[in-house]
Design a protein around this ligand. Structure first.
Ligand code: AMP
Length: 546
């Protein structure tokens, strides 16, 4: 017997419709290039996104067409987040931090014929399109008067396009399983691969973000959106905040400590999210420029981190400096991204402050909607509690089944599991501990050394701003760890001092063979240290060792 309840499609249009009906006047704030703030509301975003959908129809777009964006976290990009999928098209977000050649590959692979671009990114688009075969309509996200000069013919001004469009009266009917967004993996090795999110996966993932053991996003929040809107849909928060009626603050392209601190203070931010590196920058700024009273006046309550391991030292700094809760999460482009979040349970109430910090430095426990396991060589999968180390596998409602252009299910094994490429352990309490990215694993004399654990200890040293451990070829041990350090301004630490610091926390044979200080570590477009590049650069570093 079937249930007798209504069954409505889980579509992105229905999310913004809800925000328009229930959170119409709630603010959405966007920072422009000169630092000016533009203020809109969820109601206005809803109206303008229906104009976007109508405008796309007038440009000749057909349902299912990919529509590309090359833009920062700004209001027009948010309007595309709703208008493009709401109208039945697929928003293909391009990462401007990739090399021109990679962007060209990703754009051609996605097959878009319409590109929306921020004015300051137009020179990049020109370079990309200079050797792009297919025709492209380029819409610049500005007023006609602000259109930059360009060798590209027939540039369209976004505001002209919207003004000429009659907003859709209602969103078209859309199958909830149809494609809504296309986002490419960072591609640190090989070409980036496209992950094709559906309306259903996007809506379910956003609902999960609002739950108490995830981000607990709500109408009481003012959320500052730091993950770029070209990286995994900004972790789903543009959709989740409309769903729950949070005020949303978009920082534009200025991600320096001073600009972000000003937004946190002036927009009374309660919740924010981003990769750990960005938080070091913000905390350095706050620590250096504010008094204890000014820090106490901040409304920041919790921060959500992912994309890389959150060092214990960062959790501690947030607690001690600002009294803020850090929530580490695990996920990836292929998982929408949030699968696991590190929040405590009732059984952790009486933990000591130190044990609490240890717990917070784990990657989190699995939320409803996904299932995780550790794979073994014989093909078996162990769920939480197994305590064995191996490939972290995942399956669920918002996990990719195949990459763009490939068959459904082609990215999965026979059990329907997606191999994340991370090496992990799931402890008896259900918390994931990532020990390495499979391709970054260091194997020395046949034994594994966890680069993440070593890096976490290294950044706990007060002189260290950022640390990366890489495996470099060694004549006797095949590979040995090399520690690369980026220090705080004016700080110093000797090799012997750093090795003594590490020796207090890790096995002796894990100690790096050398410590090298560098001015900067190279990062990918999504803020990860580019270890492949470092491995290449330092490949001969230990050649003379014996
Ligand atoms: P991306 O697809 O660019 O979002 O990268 C996903 C990868 O980031 C994962 O496969 C992990 O290697 C890494 N990652 C994400 N969250 C964590 C975490 N909490 N701890 C360690 N690594 C993480």
């Amino acid at each position: 017997m079937m249930g007798l309840m209504q069954c409505l499609p889980l579509t992105i249009g229905s999310v913004i419709d809800h925000a328009e009906r229930n959170h119409n006047g709630t603010e959405v704030v966007s920072r422009g290039t000169e630092g000016t703030l533009e203020r809109s509301t969820w109601g206005r975003v809803a109206q303008r996104s229906r104009r976007v959908a109508a405008a796309l129809e007038s440009l000749g777009a057909k349902p299912g067409d990919r529509i590309a964006s090359l833009a920062w976290n700004r209001l027009p990009h948010l309007e595309l987040y709703y208008g493009v999928p709401g109208g039945g098209y697929v928003l293909h977000t391009l990462n401007p931090r990739l090399f021109e050649e990679q962007i060209r590959f990703v754009l051609a692979d996605g097959g878009a014929r319409i590109l929306f671009v921020d004015p300051d990114l137009l020179p990049l688009a020109e370079g990309v399109l200079a050797i792009h075969d297919a025709p492209m309509t380029v819409v610049v996200l500005c007023d006609r008067k602000d259109l930059p000069k360009s060798p590209l013919a027939d540039l369209v001004a976004y505001e002209d396009l919207l003004a000429a469009a009659e907003p859709l009266a209602a969103w078209p009917d859309i199958d909830e399983r149809s494609a809504a967004g296309l986002c490419y993996t960072s591609g640190t090795t090989g070409n980036p691969k496209g992950v094709l999110y559906s309306h259903r996966s996007t809506v379910l993932h956003a609902m999960s973000l609002c739950s108490a053991d995830s981000m607990a996003l709500s109408a009481r929040d003012h959320a500052l959106l730091l993950p770029p809107m070209f990286h995994v849909n900004s972790w789903g928060v543009p959709y989740a905040s409309a769903m729950c009626g949070a005020k949303l603050v978009l920082p534009g392209s200025a991600l320096d400590g001073a600009s972000l601190h000003a937004l946190i203070r002036d927009e009374e931010i309660t919740f924010s999210l981003g990769v750990p590196t960005v938080w070091f920058t913000i905390l350095d700024r706050i620590e250096a420029t504010t008094t204890a009273e000014e820090r106490a006046a901040l409304k920041l309550d919790r921060v959500f981190m992912g994309g890389a391991a959150t060092p214990r030292a960062l959790v501690q700094r947030f607690r001690d400096l600002l009294g803020v809760e850090t929530m580490q999460a695990w996920g990836m482009t292929e998982t929408s991204p949030v699968v696991a979040v590190c929040r405590t349970a009732a059984r952790h109430r009486d933990l000591s402050p130190e044990a609490h910090l240890d717990l917070r430095a784990k990657a989190g426990r699995c939320l409803f909607g996904s299932e995780i396991g550790i794979g073994a060589e014989d093909g078996s999968v162990t769920g939480p509690g197994g305590d064995n180390v191996g490939p972290l596998l995942v399956r669920g409602h918002w996990v990719a089944s195949g990459y763009f252009g490939k068959e459904p299910g082609s990215a999965l094994d026979a059990g329907g599991w997606f191999d994340s490429g991370d090496i992990a352990r799931i402890d008896g309490d259900g918390f994931i501990q990532i020990t390495d990215r499979a391709k970054d694993v260091i194997k020395s004399g046949g034994e594994w050394i966890s680069s993440i654990e070593l890096e976490n200890v290294a950044v706990a040293h007060p002189a260290v701003r950022e640390a990366a451990i890489i495996g470099v070829p060694h004549p006797r041990w095949q590979e040995r760890p090399l520690l690369l350090l980026c220090l705080h301004e004016g700080a110093s630490v000797s090799r012997a001092e750093m090795l003594a610091h590490l020796a207090d926390h890790v096995a002796r044979w894990w100690l790096p063979d050398d410590v090298v200080c560098v001015d900067e570590l190279p990062h990918t477009g999504s803020g990860k240290v580019m270890k492949a590049e470092l491995r290449h650069q330092f490949r001969s570093h230990l050649e003379q060792a014996g």
